[in-house]
Every structure is written in C-alpha cells, then in structure tokens.
Design a protein around this ligand. Sequence first.
Ligand SMILES: C[S@@+](CC[C@H](N)C(=O)[O-])C[C@H]1O[C@@H](n2cnc3c(N)ncnc32)[C@H](O)[C@@H]1O
Length: 262
Amino acid sequence: MSSDNSSSQPGHLYLVGVGPGDPELMTYKAVRILTKARVWAVPTAKENGLSSAQQIAGQMVPDNDRTILSLCFPMKKVFLGQETDDQLLQAWRKSADEVIKHLDRGEDVAFPTLGDATLYSTAFYLLAMIQEQRPQVPVTVVPGITAMAACAASQASPLALGDDVLAVVPAAFEDDRLRGILTNLDAVVLMKVHRRIDALIDLLEELRLTDCAVLTERSGMPGERVYTDIREARGRKLHYFSTMVIRKKKVQVSNGTIEIAA
Ligand SMILES: C[S@@+](CC[C@H](N)C(=O)[O-])C[C@H]1O[C@@H](n2cnc3c(N)ncnc32)[C@H](O)[C@@H]1O
C-alpha cells in the first residue's frame, strides 16, 4: 500500500466511458479528456493483455505518446455484500497503487472503460480502492454509450417505452430471480450471457420468449454478429462481449394511434 506523500495538488482522476466498440460512439467529452490526460490507466483481463477500452479510445486519440499503465483485473465474479475474492482484492489494490503514484505527482489519470463507467465496470472498484487511500483526489466520471443502448439501436428498437419496466441482469450468475424477472417485466437486458447461452435459450423457450430476443455479439467491433433468431446461437462459443435484449411488446401504428402488438 502506498504511503500518503501526495503533493498539495493531486492529479485529477477521470473514469471515461468509451462506448461499446464503434469509436464514433465516443462522446466529445471522452475524446477531449483522453486527449488532455498524459497518463491512461487501461483495464486488461490478462497480464500484458490487450485492453478493449484502450483499443476503442486509441482509434480516436493517439495513445503512443503517453504513459500507459496496464492494469490487470482478473475476470472473476463479484458478489456484493459477500467476501471478495483475494486475487481480485490484490489486483485492485495493486492497480490503485499504480494510479496513486501518478496522482501524487499531480498528474491527471484517465481510465477508459468499455461502454459506460456506471454499468458493471471495474472503474468503481478501482475508484473505491483509490478513495480509501486518497479521499481528497478529485474525480470526474464521463458517461459513455452503453452496450445495451448500441444493441437496441442496431435493431431500431427502444429498450423501454411508456410504462414499460426494464431490468438489466448480469446473466453470468445462476440466479433464481431470472425466471421471475423474465415473466413479470416488459423488457430485459441480459449481459455476460456468453457462457450460459444454452441454458438461457432453454429458459426463454420454456417461457415462450425466444422470438422476443435479439442477441448481439461484439457490437460495433470487427466480427460483430447479430442473432435475430437466438436459437442459432445454441452450442456456439460466444465472445464475452455478447448482450441479449428481450422486449415483449412491439409498437405499431394502427388507424393513426400507437398500439402495442404482443
Ligand atoms: C463488464 S460488462 C461492461 C458493460 C459496459 N460498462 C456497458 O456500459 O455496457 C461486460 C458486458 O457488457 C456487454 N458488452 C460490452 N461491450 C459489448 C459489445 N461491444 N457488444 C455486445 N455486448 C457488449 C456484454 O454483455 C459483456 O458481457
């Protein structure tokens, strides 16, 4: 753990959503902040692995002339309220220490993260670890376009309309609540579906929802694939970047009024 040798003016920490893949979906603000920050802390899933967030950001902002801190966050499940995996805690702490070194020198650090920082992003575990040691560090969160927004947009479909209730579910967890959510809510986004696709298709078939679902793999990235018939995804080894959007109601105009077609 680093000691508190912070300068009177610590650097500013920016958590920057860079959108789900298509670099044109980065906001002006994300581009401006990433251009200004001389230090980027980039998340990777493996030691010395590539960072998807950096790859997206790098298409809009040259990254070869700045300091890149490659921070490895192992892909492990986090159960909030339960004891955190030791390997994860160590990785978060190590990453926080790396970032703090630069903040203490008064350098601004930007953390580009896939989609939006506020939705299932490691950014907030890192932030908590940094704030534990440096509560005075100024922080700005730059919102980004979420993967679910891009997936719905590619189908020219809303995520929610009118009195719809929308749920967002991390489907990697075997969660008894999923059946109830799918039964009771109007629209559901399933994230992290890649390892559970067959079980999810079974459940959707049983609930007669298969035809309401669209699965998007690698939205806005090379190799993007959209399954409008999700049965075709059965048995496939999907990429981690796969999201399913389920909408029960379709909107149509009939005799000049908006109607819901079930
Ligand atoms: C750790 S979460 C990150 C979510 C991200 N912060 C957001 O705002 O969308 C990872 C999950 O996001 C979804 N995801 C991220 N990028 C995606 C993409 N390009 N295409 C489809 N799904 C994506 C997948 O469900 C993936 O398992």
